[in-house]
Design a protein around this ligand. Structure first.
Ligand code: ATP
Ligand code: MG
Length: 208
């Protein structure tokens, strides 16, 4: 019997594929304000796995498995879109539980101001990437079936699902800032939490 499989990519002299995503970085004043607002929730729910400050971000697109040589190609495809984006004012608004209406494993902060622009950007990015997904290939990248909901994951469930009291659910977290950077990250999933590494980034030009 013969097989065409010749072992893992790294044994064939190729670099193993990465796990990648494109995200907006959050300004530090926004994170400071957000962390102050979340403090009572954090104190009440030490069992949640709270996202470490350095991992907070707003995902625009999750590409998943990505061949190393495609990282530069994807940059060339995405830069024309990102060049059109001006620094974006954002404001936090509302807490979300995902999945909605089922036992939740993610607690996220939604956006008011800036949310509509970010959703449009995410849709344009998906439209730019989808035609490439087969050729690159990006085997995990598929058309999304639901409208994009801009959010910042602030906690994940620990041993138990995430449950909030009605008062906690409606806690008003105010945070404002201006987003100026979009970063293409690789993510390595580890027991203690994912490790994100910036592969390239783009700073938005001009005035908001
Ligand atoms: P972990 O999976 O260990 O809980 P994580 O979700 O933060 O950590 P990744 O799974 O690598 O790490 O995801 C990186 C980013 O992409 C996160 O913001 C995550 O919410 C988002 N993401 C991951 N999978 C998807 C998906 N299928 N659809 C949309 N966004 C996703
Ligand atoms: Mg994940």
């Amino acid at each position: 019997m013969s097989s065409v499989w010749s072992g893992p990519a790294e044994h064939r002299g190729e670099k193993a594929p990465l796990r990648t995503f494109l995200a907006l970085e959050l300004p530090s004043d926004f994170i400071d304000e957000m962390e102050r607002g979340l403090a009572p929730l954090k104190a009440a729910h030490e069992d949640f796995r709270w996202t470490p400050r350095t991992n907070l971000h707003l995902t625009l697109a999750f590409l998943g498995t990505t061949p190393v040589p495609a990282v530069d190609q994807l940059r060339e495809v995405l830069l024309p879109l990102l060049r059109e984006v001006k620094p974006m004012p954002i404001a936090a608004e509302g807490l979300h539980l995902f999945p909605p209406r089922r036992p939740a494993s993610v607690l996220a902060l939604g956006l008011g101001a800036g949310g509509a622009d970010i959703s449009r950007l995410a849709t344009a990015i998906e439209e730019a990437l989808l035609p490439l997904a087969q050729a690159v290939p990006l085997p995990d990248f598929r058309p999304s079936h639901r409208p994009f909901v801009p959010h910042i994951t602030v906690a994940r469930s620990g041993r138990f699902y995430i449950v909030l009291s009605p008062e906690e659910r409606h806690l008003r977290i105010s945070a404002q800032g201006i987003v100026t950077r979009c970063t293409f990250f690789s993510s390595v999933l580890q027991r203690g939490g994912p490790v994100y590494t910036p592969l390239w980034w783009w700073d938005f030009l001009g005035k908001q």
